[in-house]
Structure formats: structure tokens, C-alpha cells
Design a protein around this ligand. Sequence first.
Ligand SMILES: N[C@@H](CCC[C@H](N)C(=O)O)C(=O)O
Length: 287
Amino acid sequence: MIHVEKYHGTGNDFIVVDAALTVPDRRAFATKYCDRETGISQPDAEAIGADGVLFLALEEQYSPPRVVMTLVQPDGSVAAMCGNGVRCAAAWAAEKTGSDELMIDTLAGTRRATVGDDTVRVEMGQPSFDPDTVPITEESPLVEASVDELTVTAVNTGVPHAVAFVEDVAAVDLQRVGPSVRNAPVFPEGANVTIASRDTERTDTVFEQRTFERGVEDETASCGTGAVAVAAAARRLGRIDGNESVTVRPDGGTLEVTVSADETTLSGPVTRSFATELPVTEPRRIS
Ligand SMILES: N[C@@H](CCC[C@H](N)C(=O)O)C(=O)O
């Protein structure tokens, strides 16, 4: 049995495992315990599953403390980056170390995080529209291009996103449209499909967001890199001014994003839901 914790950032939920503990087959572990029907549950409660497993290796000898984060998704794939995952990792490490400044190492680079009373803020690096970086098969950036039924702008915010601005996110059948855009040939490594609509009743800088996630192969309640992708695409398309900060509202809560030439940040709440013990098994050996 190993000790695990469950965290979520605006509804994007993760099983958190201290990487010092032995999990012989991380992919099998993620697939098993993320399952929404049969996966992780609170003690003596029904299964709730998760959007992924964060394996976190804490290196306390540095100042600020560092965490090597590996996100294994329900389909067993490893994601290079996860905005809400980094925010959860920072909250977990702050709890363990007492430090409110953390450096989180991801496959997309090191991200500095600051843990406040109500929010965790992460420096997200510069979004890229470069075809090789997203990546896309085209030679020029994909900007407001037709991909299946959506008009998308492709941007990498640590992972690839196809961002489409629509009239009303609630009116889109994302379960139907998401998989075809996610698997479109123009995205050789696939893409997360993020749709956004401007909430004109609030202000011009508030966007509603929904994301169909690669690796989860479903819509999630929130996606941090997706929120940054909405702001970055809005800036590229002239939908917001250069340095405006943007409020992005996925189903699970509210995220604040800044995208300027110097800095891109993502902020929002993080919640520790519960802790439990899970059995781990050695992979079967064939003799
Ligand atoms: N939910 C995440 C993104 C996780 C990675 C994504 N599913 C991928 O495979 O690219 C976030 O908060 O950014």
C-alpha cells in the first residue's frame, strides 16, 4: 500500500504520489486509479477517479525547493506540462517544506510558482505559435484555420492547444467535435482542443473556456495550459490588448492569466481534497 493524496486546481483533479515511493508500473497505476467508475475513492466511498497522476520528487536542498513533476495521464501517456498540475505540485510542496516559493521542473521547462493564501501563481514561459514547436505539419503558424468544424489557432503553452473562439461554448458538442480536431492530421502529436467565448456581460477580458484533453480523451473541468492558450490566442488575434490580464472561466472555477512580451502567468485556487492508501502491485513477470 502507498500513501497518496488527491488535489484539484479549479476541478482539474490529480492523484499526488511522492516519487520516493515505489510504483513499479506508473502507466498501469494511472490507468487503474484515474478510472471514473472504478478508480480512486475516498475511504469507504464510491470511486471518483482523476484526470491524472502527479509523481512528485521533492528536492528540499535547493532554495527555493525544487520538485520534479511527472504527469501520467489516464491513457498512460506522459504530458510535458500541465498548468493546473504545476499549481497542485506547488501547493503540495509548500505544505511539506513551508516555503511559498517553489521551482517545478517539467518536461517543458522549469516553472517558478508562488503559493499565496487563496491562489497559486505559476510563471508559464512564453506561448509559441511556431509550427515546429506546437507542433503542426504546416510550414506557417496555424491562425484561424479550418480544422474539421472549428476555426482554430494552434499554440503551444507547454503542450499543444487548438484554440477556437466560438459564439457560446455551452452550445458546442465538444464530445463530438473534440476527438476529430484532437486527432486531425495537422497535429502530428495530437492537440488539446480548447474552445472559448467572450463573456460580454462581464467585461471584454472575461472568457468562458472548455477543453477536450489529449491523454484524458475527454473534457475536463479545467485546463491551465488551455486558459493560457485562450489568452495567448486572443492576444495574437487582437481580441485583447497586449498586456491586459484575462479572466478565464472553465467549468470548475476561475483562473487569471497574464500574457505579455515579458511574462506569462497563471493563477487560481488549489484544493487538497483527501488522502488515502492505494495498493500497488509488481508487474507480472513471464518466465
Ligand atoms: N490539464 C492540464 C493539461 C494536461 C496535459 C494535456 N492533457 C496534454 O496531454 O497535452 C493543464 O492544466 O494544463
